[in-house]
Write a protein that binds this ligand. Structure first.
Ligand SMILES: [Fe+2]
Ligand SMILES: [Fe+2]
Length: 341
């Protein structure tokens, strides 16, 4: 009787997980059915979503479509054994964005309808740090270290070229607003912000008389400027910053139609974070006074966005930016609290 009660709860999702006492602590628990579909998950799945899974973890999704590629083969092999009735314990090691590795103990426990019939498997991922508070402290420390490093880089840069430093801060703040509106989670917002903040850091190597030249650039000078994404990437690629920050720095002059630089990549080969920083970069540059031209008006900026929408710039990002412009957000007032003291 007790078994069938549990099974009927199983159909309603997370109840069965609570029955088994899996809802407290840092572990991620997933109930996978015989058909390899997710039947239920606990709330910790959100915490490790980017690490353990490559897709949206929801009931009805095929586990092979969402489990992280790095551990997919091992996972499916163990799951197959558990579906045949074995209790299995194994470990997996996953690489985090910042290059560190995180270990998980993984338990596969068959769920029995009766003594012979298996209806699914509970998979429990125990993170290496089982003390949740310690884990939060460690993550907070990592986040603070990102900001400390970014602050040190940008303040150094400020001494040489304050205009570009301020431009980067505004682009970062704008990008974060758009990322929020597009529903990015905290980790993506951190990378997006840091990528915006450091996107032009490679201009360190461009002579200041070219950066501040009061007339149009010669083709040779333009070629020198075009090196800044690669230079910037090389400056930060071996730091502890998330990989995505380097990608934003490297790709922020790429365009959807492949007309950008340094590699001329296009479409889905450009990630969403880059597409956001690109639009913010263009908007802030247009709004800024240049020695060789006046600042553009809001109408001119909106016209450029509309003309480039779905050609050079991502549609969703352009629409979010047009919304901001319509709301009259003052980009020149945007300051990140990180720098306000
Ligand atoms: Fe740039
Ligand atoms: Fe820029």
């Amino acid at each position: 009787m007790e078994q069938s009660k549990s099974i009927s709860k199983c159909d309603k999702g997370s109840f069965i997980i609570q029955d088994h006492g899996f809802c407290y602590g840092p572990q991620v628990v997933i109930l996978v059915g015989k058909d390899h579909k997710v039947k239920a998950v606990n709330s910790n799945v959100r915490k490790y979503n980017q690490l353990l899974f490559s897709g949206n973890v929801k009931e009805g999704a095929f586990i092979q479509d969402i489990i992280a590629r790095e551990c997919r083969d091992t996972f499916l092999e163990k799951l197959g054994k558990a579906l045949k009735g074995q209790d299995i314990h194994s470990s997996i090691r996953l690489k985090m964005e910042n290059g560190y590795q995180r270990w998980f103990d993984v338990y596969y426990k068959p769920v029995m309808l009766d003594e012979k019939t298996i209806i699914g498997v509970y998979v429990t991922f125990w993170p290496l740090y089982q003390n949740l508070q310690r884990l939060c402290e460690q993550e907070k420390y990592t986040e603070d270290s990102y900001y400390d490093l970014a602050r040190a880089i940008i303040r150094t840069y400020e001494c040489r070229d304050p205009n570009t430093a301020v431009h980067q801060k505004r682009v970062a703040a704008m990008a974060k607003i758009i990322g929020r509106r597009m529903g990015f989670d905290k980790d993506r917002l951190i990378s997006l912000y840091l990528g915006g903040l450091l996107h032009d850091i490679g201009k360190l190597k461009v002579p200041t008389d070219i950066l501040a030249k009061p007339s149009s650039l010669t083709p040779l000078e333009f070629e020198l400027i075009k090196e800044h994404p690669v230079i910037g990437y090389n400056v930060i690629k071996d730091t502890m910053l998330p990989k995505l920050v380097g990608e934003i720095v490297y790709c922020h002059h790429e365009r959807l139609d492949g007309s950008g630089y340094p590699d001329g990549v296009s479409g889905d080969n450009i990630c969403q974070e880059v597409k956001i920083v690109t639009v913010c970069d263009v908007v802030d540059a247009m709004f800024s006074f240049r020695p060789y031209r006046p600042a553009r008006t809001k109408d001119e900026v909106m016209e450029e966005l509309n003309e480039g929408r779905d050609i050079k710039y991502d549609t969703q990002v352009v629409d979010a930016m047009l919304e901001l412009l319509t709301e009259n957000v003052s980009f020149h007032d945007l300051r990140e609290t990180l720098f306000s003291s």
